[in-house]
Design a protein around this ligand. Structure first.
Ligand SMILES: Nc1ncnc2c1ncn2[C@@H]1O[C@H](COP(=O)(O)OP(=O)(O)OP(=O)(O)O)[C@@H](O)[C@H]1O
Ligand SMILES: [Mg+2]
Length: 237
């Protein structure tokens, strides 16, 4: 059984047919990347998975269960966490309060939650030094770490990331991608949306290319990275 299975998804914004017959799968333990140009429909796909946008037709299964009509907060509770585009931390709250809020859907003992917070600061040591800092005053890259950390605090089975590298310097991009690989090694299945196709394909097991709402190509990430059309359109070759 796949962790995530999307079949024949169609999403409209009014008359605009944004997602056209999209089907994709994410298997347990995989990093799957969805790449595509601006406006291709990446964010729309992710928001539909998270229950923020309703599809017109199609189904979304999570561990075999139909979640197509499930409410967004239930989807988080079931184990899908999403880091939205543009990070969105609570800028008026401290780093430490942001981290605490990330775990608010988790039913756990105080001890368990504390251990979970320690795990977060172990993954992102930079955040430990900045616990009291207001999240809005963190640098862009640090906010991305915090947003990822918050999502990880809900201990998701599936972590969905929408362009985590956007606007970051090469050094931070490297660090963010390294963290994604580490989270995956520790057992989190990942669906990664990226415009940085080169980086995304370098860490993904499989990938899908979305073009104006439709899946144009799919396959092992290594094969796509060698594909001439992909190279021309997305790898600047
Ligand atoms: N709320 C909305 N109302 C109307 N059209 C929308 C809305 N949100 C997105 N769209 C349109 O749907 C299409 C897909 O947008 P989407 O945000 O999913 O693209 P994307 O692949 O995430 O792009 P980017 O890489 O620029 O973030 C675009 O043409 C966009 O203009
Ligand atoms: Mg987007």
């Amino acid at each position: 059984m796949s962790v995530l299975e999307i079949n024949g998804l169609n999403v409209y914004y009014g008359n605009i047919h944004a997602i056209k017959d999209v089907s994709l799968k994410v298997e347990e333990g995989e990093i799957v990347s969805l790449i595509g140009a601006n406006g291709a429909g990446k964010t729309t796909t992710l928001q539909t998975i998270s229950g923020i946008i309703r599809p017109k037709t199609g189904t979304i299964l999570f561990n075999g269960k139909d979640i197509t009509k499930e409410r967004a907060h239930n989807i988080v509770k079931m184990g899908i966490a999403q880091v939205p585009e543009g990070r969105r931390v609570f800028s008026q709250l401290s780093v430490s309060d942001n981290v605490r809020l990330g775990a608010f859907t988790v039913k756990d003992t105080a001890e368990g939650l504390k251990a979970n917070r320690k795990r977060f600061y172990d993954i992102f040591p930079r955040m430990r030094e900045r616990k009291q800092q207001l999240a809005g005053t963190l640098s862009g890259g640090e906010q991305q770490m915090l947003a990822m950390g918050r999502a990880v605090m809900s201990r998701p089975k599936l972590l969905i990331l929408d362009e985590p590298s956007m606007g970051l310097s090469p050094l931070f991009v490297k660090e963010i991608f390294k963290t994604i690989v580490e989270l995956n090694k520790k057992g989190t299945t990942i669906l990664l949306v990226e415009q940085n196709a080169r980086m995304a394909l370098s860490i993904a097991d499989r990938a899908y290319v979305i073009e104006t709402g439709r899946i144009g190509m799919e396959g092992p990430a290594k094969e796509l990275a060698e594909n001439e059309d992909v190279k021309k359109a997305y790898l600047g070759a």
